[in-house]
Design a protein. Structure first.
Length: 183
């Protein structure tokens, strides 16, 4: 691909990636607000979704590790497969997460003492870093697809640890709060 063609593609797709990256957290925030104000948008039984979300996050984390080790061993085909699977699983997680938090009830963490502080540190860093996963992942995928490998390598130095941390701590948060879900 020529530099002019890459520049043209970048000119078209970069604004789309930024727009999606901004809209997703805004939509999530609006749905959280509506759930708190109106008590949800329906009467769906979504009690199984936290469990599904933990499975999706676990599978995402495993795929991220698979992608990391595949590329380290120069197995590009496996790397692509693992990373695209991680992206699809993360996307499914996001949809499931939004549905749960727009329908379900907030579950407070019931732990006391040091574990409570640990939980909130993990939760706050998980939520804060999760805001960066969408743009980082979209840019990483875009640069890979458009064969901008140098740019891809530069961004995945940030994308991989942030995305892996968010997926792993998502499972950790679930395991810590799961005893407090209603039976």
């Amino acid at each position: 691909m020529t530099n002019a063609l890459i520049a043209e593609k970048n000119k078209r797709f970069m604004p789309v990636i930024w727009t999606v990256s901004i809209l997703i957290p805004l939509v999530v925030a609006v749905l959280f607000y509506l759930q708190r104000k109106m008590g949800g948008l329906g009467n769906l039984n979504v009690s199984f979704l936290p469990h599904l979300n933990a499975i999706l996050n676990s599978a995402t984390f495993i795929c991220l590790l698979g992608g990391f080790f595949s590329i380290k061993n120069k197995k590009e085909q496996y790397h692509r497969m693992f990373m695209m699977t991680a992206f699809v699983l993360s996307s499914l997680f996001l949809v499931s997460y939004v549905i749960y938090h727009s329908q379900g009830h907030e579950v407070p963490f019931g732990g006391q003492g040091a574990i409570r502080y640990f939980y909130f540190v993990i939760l706050i860093t998980h939520i804060g870093l999760s805001l960066f996963v969408v743009p980082l992942a979209l840019f990483a995928i875009y640069f890979a697809i458009t064969k901008q490998i140098d740019r891809h390598k530069k961004i995945v130095k940030w994308t991989f640890p942030v995305w892996a941390y968010v997926a792993f701590t998502g499972v950790l948060v679930y395991l810590m709060i799961s005893p407090y879900y209603p039976a």
